[in-house]
Design a protein around this ligand. Structure first.
Ligand code: GDP
Length: 139
């Protein structure tokens, strides 16, 4: 077990429905330390670069359109095993299949509009946290 940092995004659907506070409460109650946080309107270039691993997927254009459809909340979470623990708290990608005690189950709708993002490995966490936060924005 190691102290890790991971990128969390409250996606446009959850911000638009007024659920950002609910997601942040779940994060804090689960014991994560929020070491960086800001609200942002992503550009297409920022969303395309962030999701570059999915660029060949059929849903890529829809995903970029969704992620740029309104403001997001970007966070870096720190905890022991933060990467897997945040993905567990989010629930599965398809919000329709997520449990009621998960972020996606409570605040998401379907496989695309799923309320939240979390890094899936230490390498992606390093890339993703640096994509959105510089060294002066983390405590
Ligand atoms: P995650 O790690 O659970 O976020 O899932 P992925 O890395 O596989 O996918 C990234 C994001 O793309 C998901 O969180 C969804 O918002 C979206 N997505 C994944 N699969 C699909 C799909 O089949 N259709 C659509 N429209 N969007 C998808």
């Amino acid at each position: 077990m190691a102290i890790e940092r991971t990128l969390a995004i409250i996606k446009p659907d959850a911000v638009a429905s007024g659920s950002a506070g609910g997601v942040i409460t779940m994060i804090e109650e689960a014991g994560f330390n929020i070491v960086a946080m800001k609200k942002a309107q992503l550009t297409a270039a920022q969303a395309e670069g962030f999701y570059h691993v999915h660029s060949a997927r059929p849903f890529f254009r829809d995903l970029v359109d969704f992620m740029t459809s309104g403001p997001v909340v970007l966070m870096i979470l720190e905890a022991e095993d933060a990467i897997s623990r945040w993905r567990e708290l989010m629930g599965p990608t398809d919000a329709a299949k997520a449990g009621p005690d998960t972020v996606r189950g409570r605040f998401g709708t379907n496989i695309e509009r799923n309320a939240s993002h979390g890094s899936d490995a230490p390498e992606t966490a390093a890339f993703e946290t640096a994509w959105f936060f510089n060294c002066f924005e983390r405590v």
